[in-house]
Design a protein around this ligand. Structure first.
Ligand code: HEM
Length: 479
């Protein structure tokens, strides 16, 4: 290590091999590999993957220092996957360094795109898509057919996000939503095929197995579609609405694009990349969370019974809606416990912007940092029987999922925290609540539902199928 030759006190590190460093130690999924290493080398350790050096934080104390005390010094991020083959070079937001563009867009997210009238609009869309989902499952139930719940949830959630983003002009063309998702999933699938060694090691410039070319081709397909959508908005300028309540995310982005006084001049590339990053950050994370909550509910009949009794008592003889959730503490607790135990993207990323000291160790400027929230949210000092699905643990403290306690940070914390939590939580409540209210659930005889939300190893969620049989117990649409 370059650092170990200098005079500072650096975090401990396992013995490394020449060239590959510690790549050989990352055998299973990233969070579990990192957890196993942290057990031996401590809550703050250094790893080298190929030529790239990382620090891994695995306890609440280090997380608090990085995300709160020294938040500004760690407000940059590094990209999760290979960037060499990306077609938009400057437009990163989710993986952006702490720069003027990121600051501008984050402010736009927090003041216009995902709050106020947009949040209310989104909740209406969420309720509408949940009704469609329930109707589709009622049909399956009538036919005695199994369903892949992941597939059904993916379609509903993708439609929700698409309608939130471009719903004013494109809500009737939901086939386009599916096409966009396919291009994005293809690019993620090929990105996931890169081995960690290809990504961080000396081979990162060479497209050894042709995955880079396939990423590019999927992204080009996406580019054509999104360009067409943007032109559609621009060609119908008369269609522009002055009313904030009717605007969708694309309206606001194009308005900002045209604004000559804006602090940062948005480009078309920025808008296209932002749109894609929001779909990547939102759809699979929401689907994975709901899918895993349902797997746990199916596997725990006592939880299902308690949840259903609460919903039946409070909601009665109509379909649950978003505003009911405030009166359903156990439903909130089920959502919280799911995000604790099965987080869809359990490693936060940061890039240090200056030399600093964390937990008594020196961290050099430019160090890439992983915060392993998988381990932090299973800390046995904080959670009784941390591996167990026990929603009750949140009942005394479940009014809000605020990121004040650093042993529970499903939406991250600080400047880089998730701007979509206020959209994601109501959707989780609606979907879990209505699936429990309307159906009895069964997987194949004698089998348990698979409760793992599988990740691709380095990037976000990639929820696996959940094949099960819904049996209608309440049809809210019956005359
Ligand atoms: C259950 C669903 C979701 C979970 C569990 C989740 C979780 C997270 C986490 C852990 C982060 C990283 C935070 C950090 O590094 O401190 C993040 C970032 C982000 N999320 Fe979410 N998220 C969800 C849904 C959404 C939705 C619905 C949207 C948008 C509509 C969204 C947009 C973003 C964006 C844009 C970022 C990057 C923020 C930045 O770098 O400044 N997420 N999310």
């Amino acid at each position: 290590f370059r650092n170990s030759k200098s005079t500072g006190k650096y975090p401990p590190s396992p013995p490394a091999l020449p060239f590959i460093g510690h790549l050989h130690l990352l055998k299973s999924r990233l969070p579990t590999s990192l957890e196993n290493l942290a057990k031996r080398y401590g809550p703050l350790m250094r790893l080298r993957l190929g030529a790239t050096e990382f620090v891994v934080a695995s306890d609440e104390k280090s997380a608090r220092q990085i995300l709160k005390t020294f938040d500004a010094d760690f407000a940059s991020k590094f990209a999760p996957g290979p960037t060499t083959f990306h077609i938009y070079k400057d437009g990163y937001f989710v993986g952006a360094p702490y720069n003027a563009y990121w600051k501008f867009m984050k402010t736009l997210c927090m003041t216009k795109l995902f709050t106020g009238s947009q949040l209310a609009r989104f909740i209406g869309i969420g309720e509408d898509e949940t009704c469609k989902l329930i109707k589709s499952l009622l049909k399956r139930s009538k036919a005695g057919e199994p369903c892949d719940l992941t597939e059904e949830l993916s379609e509903a959630t993708n439609n929700m996000i698409y309608r939130m983003m471009v719903g004013r002009r494109c809500s009737k063309n939901l086939g386009q939503a599916a096409e966009i998702r396919k291009f994005i999933l293809d690019s993620l699938k090929h990105a996931a095929k890169f081995h960690l060694g290809e990504m961080f090691g000396p081979l990162k410039k060479f497209d050894l197995f042709g995955n880079g070319k396939k990423i590019k081709s999927a992204l080009m397909g996406y580019d054509q579609l999104i360009e067409q959508i943007m032109k559609g908005y621009e060609d119908n300028d008369l269609d522009n609405c002055g009313n904030d309540h009717e605007k969708d995310v694309m309206d606001i982005l194009l308005e900002t694009y045209k604004d000559t006084n804006a602090k940062v001049k948005l480009t078309r590339e920025h808008i296209k990349n932002f749109f894609m990053e929001i779909i990547m950050a939102s759809v699979d994370t929401i689907v994975a969370a709901i899918r895993t909550a349902m797997a746990e509910v199916i596997n725990h009949p006592d939880v299902l019974k308690r949840l259903r009794e609460e919903i039946d008592l409070v909601v009665g003889n109509r379909l649950i809606n978003e505003s009911d959730a405030a009166k359903l503490p156990y439903l909130q607790a089920v959502a919280m416990e799911t995000l604790r135990l099965h987080h869809p993207s359990p490693t936060l990323r940061r890039l240090s912007r200056k030399d600093s000291k964390i937990n008594g160790f020196d961290i050099k400027e430019g160090t890439k940092v992983f915060i392993n929230i998988y381990t932090i949210m299973r800390d046995p000092n904080r959670y009784e029987e941390p591996e167990k699905f026990m929603p009750e643990r949140f009942l005394d403290n479940c009014t809000e999922m605020k990121a004040q306690d650093f042993h529970y940070i499903p939406f991250g914390s600080g400047r880089r925290a998730c701007p979509g939590s206020y959209l994601a939580i109501p959707v989780m409540h609606l979907a879990i609540g209505s699936l429990v209210q309307c159906f009895d659930w069964k997987v194949k005889d004698g089998e348990k539902a698979d409760n793992k939300a599988r990740g691709t190893g380095y990037s976000g969620a990639c929820p696996s199928a959940l094949v099960c049989y819904p049996k209608a117990r309440f049809n809210p649409f019956e005359e």
